[in-house]
Design a protein around this ligand. Structure first.
Ligand code: MRU
Length: 347
């Protein structure tokens, strides 16, 4: 797959593969300033927790590059960072990346100097994310046996990260280790990240994939057609409760009922220990037209609205383990999460 996030440092332009158009068209959306980046994140040109973190880091570079002359430049850059941070509420990687960038911004900086520092930092965040996904893949690969069928929900693949993916990173690692696996991708209403994006990237890699309607999950698991479920995460609370794409919670309940292991895959940057549990994770609600209109056509009677929660929270007791770059975390999650975060910080 071509790189889907690409920063041209000469022209100071961020190129994002427009995920709204996949799989039918591969076109780049070009961002010249923070307005463009905020638009791209809000409107899901780019989506997926780590990918929007990386994109926001490049957005900071564009904020410095477009800083106005005069003493107001710092306030303008700060305001741009705040706009980036609030472009979507649930995935914590967005604020995580901006916090990292903001930490490098000090009183002595001039715009040019800040731009150079942020260029290096954004590039590091992007490269690190790719390496972390590979480590997640390596750590989770042993969960998959030769011949397994894995069900996944939404897209937690290369397109949702800087590359390789979290849930799909584990599947890629198993495939690369010679295991003959196949994947069932839930189509993921309303924006069809499973049907459009997960199926796209797996089929590009030659990994067998079928899509299934979201509501087929119980039937598939009751027939023993799925050995393992792996999903990504947008934010994991300190107790292991996990926010991910709407519908993940239902899949986890069904997996528990049929004794199918249910794993979450995410980098440690997706864990937010300032949220004690799932109830404190902000859940994005999106426009009802995403539900009532399909492929440009209204599918509900005029005047009928829709509730459109973009995410739900899977309670920790339904989760068999959380695969991170630091290893597979298991219950009790308060303890394993705290240990992993301390360990990664070298404490
Ligand atoms: O609304 P989206 O498409 O940004 O939601 C994405 C998800 O829920 C992914 O599963 C999650 O971000 C994990 S990405 C590795």
């Amino acid at each position: 797959m071509k790189p889907h996030i690409f920063f041209d440092a000469r022209a100071m332009r961020l190129h994002l593969l427009d995920q709204r158009l996949l799989p039918n068209e591969q076109k780049y959306f070009v961002c010249a300033n923070v307005d463009d980046v905020v638009y791209a994140i809000k409107n899901m040109v780019v989506r997926g927790a780590p990918a929007i973190g990386v994109t926001a880091a490049w957005g900071c570079v564009l904020a410095a590059a477009n800083a106005p002359d005069g003493s107001i430049w710092r306030d303008k850059v700060e305001a741009d960072l705040n706009r980036l941070a609030s472009s979507r509420p649930t995935a914590v990687n967005l604020v995580w990346a901006i916090k990292k960038m903001r930490g490098l911004f000090n009183n002595r900086d001039l715009p040019d100097h800040l731009q150079q520092k942020w260029l290096a930092a954004a590039s590091e965040i992007e490269n690190e994310d790719r390496h972390i996904c590979q480590a997640i893949g390596k750590n989770g690969e042993s969960l998959i046996q030769d011949g397994d069928t894995i069900l996944t929900h939404c897209n937690a693949g290369a397109l949702a990260t800087a590359g390789y993916g979290t849930a799909l990173g584990i599947i890629r690692a198993a495939w690369d280790a010679g295991k003959k696996v196949s994947v069932i991708a839930d189509e993921t209403r309303p924006l069809l990240q499973g049907a459009r994006l997960t199926a796209f990237e797996l089929s590009e890699d030659g990994i067998p994939v079928q899509i299934a309607c979201d509501n087929a999950c119980a039937t598939l698991l009751s027939q023993g057609r799925v050995n393992l479920v792996i999903a990504g995460a947008d934010r994991v609370a300190a107790n292991g409760d996990t926010a991910n794409k709407i519908g993940t919670f239902g899949v986890a309940i069904i997996a528990k009922y049929f004794n199918v292991p249910f794993y979450i895959a995410c980098p440690l940057s997706t864990i937010d220990i300032s949220c004690p549990n799932g109830a404190s994770i902000p859940i994005e609600e999106r426009g009802e037209e995403e539900v009532t209109i399909m492929a440009g056509k209204r599918i509900a009677p005029t005047g009928v609205g829709a509730c459109n929660f973009a995410f739900d929270v899977t309670p920790a007791p339904l989760i068999s383990g959380i695969v991170t770059e630091y290893g597979i975390l298991r219950a009790p999650f308060e303890k394993s999460i705290a240990m992993a975060i301390r360990g990664a910080a070298g404490a």
